[in-house]
Design a protein around this ligand. Structure first.
Ligand code: AP5
Ligand code: MG
Length: 215
């Protein structure tokens, strides 16, 4: 199974991807997470990427395509994977097609998680993430048992540096101009599924699962 999660920032791509990869035992390939991990580890790529991430800008296509190419070349991604947040530009979509053609495969489904801008702003403002295990919380809808502490590992919860109002606005602008056009690209391939991301977590997941079961 080869799946792609699309949607604007804060739509719930990461939350739903976590459930899907857990349930179907798929390798998760999230470019945003890979950049954050690289930054945490002090890798030059992560340090360079964080300059753009903080401002809500996209990291260059060259760097992004290369980290995905390297990740897809690992054995565990041969038969199945879930992509979260890649591709985001027409050039990245073309690069991904090239990588998949070389692997002799193609995407089975692209999920577009939809949400209103009001909900997206609120979600990113209220999001907190564990510094150690990256589990995501929401201060109203997924509340940690102890304030500021991860339920899973006891790690410290923090606010992502790109969840500032200014950065969120920029991320939404970029989504509209650079990423939204890809929906048409995947619709034409007949593999695009729209999912209402404004429902409670489990309902969103159920809608995704209904599609996956029929693939
Ligand atoms: P990335 O990490 O991918 O960020 P994003 O696309 O902006 O999306 P988010 O992670 O903010 O939101 P999400 O949709 O995953 O929502 P979540 O599940 O967390 O990328 C970050 C940056 O890296 C980019 O801006 C760019 O700079 C760079 N980058 C990454 N990929 C790149 C690429 N391909 N090319 C170039 N640059 C790239 O949910 C959000 C909140 O809402 C959470 O608090 C959650 O608990 C809550 N929530 C989720 N679902 C629900 C629900 N159903 N009900 C109530 N609350 C919910
Ligand atoms: Mg995410």
């Amino acid at each position: 199974m080869k799946i792609l999660m699309m949607g604007p920032p804060g739509a719930g791509k990461g939350s739903q991807s976590a459930k899907v990869v857990d349930h179907y035992d798929l390798p998760s390939i999230s470019t945003g997470q890979m950049f954050r991990d690289a930054y945490k580890n002090g890798d030059p790529i992560g340090i360079e990427a964080m300059k753009y991430i903080k401002k809500g800008e996209l990291v260059s296509d060259d760097i992004t395509n290369e980290i995905v190419r390297l990740r897809l070349s690992k054995n565990d991604a041969e038969n199945s994977f879930l992509l979260d947040g890649f591709p985001r530009t027409v050039a990245q979509a073309a690069a991904l097609d090239g990588m998949l053609t070389k692997m002799g495969t193609k995407l089975d489904a692209v999920f577009n998680i939809l949400s209103s801008n009001d909900v997206l702003f609120e979600r990113m403002e209220q999001r907190r993430v564990c510094r150690s295990c990256d589990t995501t919380y929401h201060l109203k809808f997924k509340i940690p048992k102890e304030c500021g502490v991860c339920d899973k590992c006891g790690g410290e919860l923090y606010q992502r540096p790109d969840d500032t109002l200014e950065s969120v606005k920029r991320r939404l602008e970029i989504y509209e101009t650079k990423t939204r056009p890809l929906l048409d690209y995947y619709d034409k391939k007949g593999i695009l599924y729209h999912i209402n991301g404004m429902q409670p977590f489990d309902n969103v997941y159920n809608d995704i699962e209904l599609v996956i079961r029929d693939l």
